[in-house]
Ligand binder design. Sequence first.
Ligand code: TYM
Length: 335
Amino acid sequence: MSDNNTRRPVLYSGIQPSGRIHLGNYAGPMQNFLLLEKDYDCLFCVVDLHALTIRNTPADLRRQTMELAALYIASGLDPKQSIIYCQSHVPEHAELAWVLNCYTYMGELSRMTQFKDKSSRHKDNINAGLFTYPTLMAADILLYQTDVVPVGADQKQHLEITRDIAERVNALYGDVFRVPEPYIPKTTAKIMSLTEPERKMSKSDEEDSFVAVLDAPDVIRRKFKRAVTDSLAEVRYDPENQPGVSNLLAILSATSGTGIETLVNEMAGQGYGILKERTTEAVIERLKPLQAEYARLMKDKVYLNEVLKDNAQRASALAQRTLRKLYKKIGLYQL
Ligand code: TYM
């Protein structure tokens, strides 16, 4: 991280350790992290406090937290440069979230699609954390004076409320927070389910609907073989009328690096077999080095713990600057 005099723009992103990381998370925001690391001071967070909004088995949550930290590093990010850390290790997140709750309206929070969606799927557990989830997310982002937030399309609304909260506080107290911009890649903003391509790929859906980044090659082959297409028998990029085929094209493009238009031209007049085959092989190839590095890292828990500890300290030092500034401006008595 650079100091104030040579400030580079700040990038912040978070992923919940609440299940298996899949192609939607990877081909969407995660794959871009590596490209962006060159130009931004980056923070990549394992947002374990957010994961508490649904019920987890404690042992699973602990394991998934370590796995996600290892995946960030295995994807090629440099934990000496970027800050890769765990949300609960930096108490300033929860502190700022409380303050932001006092500057966020019930009406705003009740309009959040994710809240409506999750509360209808978990009727037995509509907890207050689920409702105030966006203020904790705003705290994550605003603590670090973030410029840009790479996310999938499903998080756009949470970015908008973050901007609204930041602008509201700034209007009341002067310049407290930088107002962040979302960074949402075009074709991979919403990777769809393989079995129900009208819905987004999600870790909470049935196993065959998503490809986890740690799936073995034969599992990946099986899942793409079963992926739903259509009866039009024409490889075209038309998410509205051919969602399954368009989704495969988006995944192939993201993992092979070839533009969608080129892919469509190359496969003109051919059946879906070739599209599925090329997508399968591109995904397997792309994930191979990630999986190998992940396996290596998971054998070295001492190293992973060290990274998480050092980086939590780096994050906390930055977070404290924002929190102190805010506390002073809003009138909390300073010793
Ligand atoms: P989460 O853990 O659900 O997902 C992690 C990231 O993956 C994106 N994503 C997708 N992108 C494309 N297609 C899909 N099918 C798909 N599914 C998920 C998400 O948009 C996200 O970028 N609230 C966030 C975590 C978070 C956060 C933050 C993100 C907490 N604090 C601060 C950015 C900044 C979430 O639940 O992501």
